[in-house]
Write a protein that binds this ligand. Structure first.
Ligand SMILES: [Fe+2]
Length: 205
């Protein structure tokens, strides 16, 4: 079994987006704590998804662009479509939070459930396509050790404020084996190495 560079982040995004949608569906008008928790979690997941698309475009697609021009062009176009869906959901969250009456709240919630469902459906298919088409191309051209190093490098390019919540989401979304493969790819001198190790319960000498 070869190293699957996109699996960790994609599992985290599947879990994050799904949890946001399920939380949204059970929200009721006047539940301030539930609304705040949904707002923070959804804004974080949307931000993570947005940055993930930029990181794929910047660091992963160039690795295979020469032999798969039209595929990469298609995936970049899907990222543009995704950016529109993300912006729609971000605007919908603002409307929900601003709703002052039960009727306004219910209308905003209904629209946002549709928009969030569309975003989730789009990304489930988009991520399948990426994994099914990009992983084999990477395996043809790069070693697992190189791909693990690349995964660690790409992960370190996320904005610092996304790092801790991302790590917690990864731990809830992935298997221990996947998390350890990621951890092992982080260079020993990287500042995040011991932080990630602590959260994964890795015993260091
Ligand atoms: Fe993507």
């Amino acid at each position: 079994m070869r190293y699957t560079i996109l699996s960790l982040i994609h599992k985290a995004l599947r879990r994050g987006l799904s949890e946001n949608l399920l939380s949204l569906q059970t929200l009721e008008f006047g539940q301030a704590d539930h609304l705040k928790a949904f707002e923070e979690a959804a804004e974080f997941t949307l931000e993570l998804l947005h940055h993930h698309a930029i990181l794929e475009d910047t660091y992963v697609w160039p690795l295979v662009k020469e032999q798969a021009h039209s595929l990469i062009h298609h995936l970049e176009d899907e990222h543009l479509e995704d950016a529109k869906l993300i912006a729609q959901c971000q605007a919908g969250i603002k409307s929900l939070v601003a709703a002052q009456s039960e009727l306004a709240f219910l209308e905003a919630q209904t629209r946002l459930v549709w928009d969030y469902s569309a975003l989730l459906a789009f990304n489930l298919n988009h991520m399948n396509g990426e994994e099914q088409q990009i992983h084999p191309l990477l395996w043809e051209n790069y070693s697992d050790a190189y791909l693990q190093q690349t995964a660690a490098l790409v992960g370190s390019k996320n904005p610092p404020e996304l790092f801790m919540p991302s790590l917690k989401l990864f731990i809830r979304a992935c298997t221990q084996a996947e998390l350890m493969a990621w951890y092992n790819g982080i260079p020993p001198e990287a500042p995040i190495k011991s932080l990630v190790g602590d959260h994964l319960g890795v015993q260091t000498a």
